[in-house]
Design a protein around this ligand. Structure first.
Ligand SMILES: NC(=O)c1ccc[n+]([C@@H]2O[C@H](COP(=O)([O-])OP(=O)(O)OC[C@H]3O[C@@H](n4cnc5c(N)ncnc54)[C@H](OP(=O)(O)O)[C@@H]3O)[C@@H](O)[C@H]2O)c1
Length: 226
């Protein structure tokens, strides 16, 4: 069975996940950062795409001791598993994705990843799944995650991987923090990038919740995919 997938991201009012610099510009408010950590604490695994992983090596942990304690009390590991989806892995072994935890670390990649990188990651305890093909087969990766007992997943971006999940009908919910900022720029990443699809194939959504999240004027918009 396919795991339940919640897409979560922060975007500017003009729909960008980052500025044209693509250096992981801050968008979340303090309240939104707290909301994201609480959501992480509720899921079995947190996923990110290759560009986000290689450029930012995100921590993806629940960070707050009270949240890890709550997980432990529920019989869960301190942090959700961290999952990277990357065509050609060149991870920094000292980066937060690899080192921050304790957390199970899982990587789906292709045979384009050099053997010495695979060896290095294995030696660091990262569970690596190598697929044939030009890019990672995301549906197959989700099946494998379900087989590992990971049933509730949070996809934290970027826009290319989010697009792939939506294109394949693999996403169940979309939670977006809308920051009162405008980044602009045709090359800045948007919430849903990729090649796009025809208007006739637009994915319908049902509103679950929309509310003002903080005094900066940031909004939380929460939909489910129909
Ligand atoms: N505001 C937020 O909430 C948030 C969250 C996360 C990231 N970001 C921002 O998003 C930007 C990065 O996003 P991005 O869209 O460039 O990249 P991304 O979604 O992080 O990563 C996409 C890459 O993953 C690899 N990949 C492997 N298999 C794939 C598949 N089946 N489908 C799609 N991708 C696959 C591809 O690498 P190849 O092209 O090498 O094949 C692809 O380019 C950064 O600026 C980051 O700061 C923002």
């Amino acid at each position: 069975m396919k795991p339940y997938v919640i897409i979560n991201a922060a975007m500017s009012v003009d729909g960008k996940l980052d500025s044209i610099e693509r250096r992981g510009a801050a968008l979340s408010s303090a309240q939104d950062r707290r909301r994201v950590l609480e959501l992480r604490a509720e899921v079995d695994a947190v996923l990110v795409g290759g560009k986000t992983l290689l450029r930012e090596s995100p921590r993806l942990t629940v960070k707050l001791p009270e949240l890890s304690q709550q997980r432990l009390a529920r019989g869960l590991p301190e942090n959700p598993a961290k999952v990277g989806i990357v065509t050609r892995a060149e991870l920094d072994p000292r980066g937060d994705f690899v080192t921050a935890g304790p957390a199970r670390r899982i990587l789906f990649t292709t045979s384009q990843t050099p053997p010495d990188q695979l060896e290095l990651l294995n030696s660091l305890g990262v569970e690596v799944f190598v697929q044939d093909g030009q890019r990672v087969d995301v549906a197959q990766a989700l099946e494998m995650l379900a087989g590992l007992g990971l049933r509730r997943l949070m996809l934290e971006g970027g826009g290319t991987l989010i697009a792939e999940f939506i294109r394949l009908g693999l996403a169940d919910e979309l939670r977006v923090y809308l920051a009162p900022k405008i980044f602009g720029g045709v090359t800045a990443p948007t919430l849903v990038d990729g090649a796009g699809w025809l208007a006739s194939a637009a994915r319908p959504l049902r509103l679950i919740e929309a509310r003002v999240l903080d005094e900066t004027g940031g909004l939380l918009i929460h939909y489910e995919f129909l």
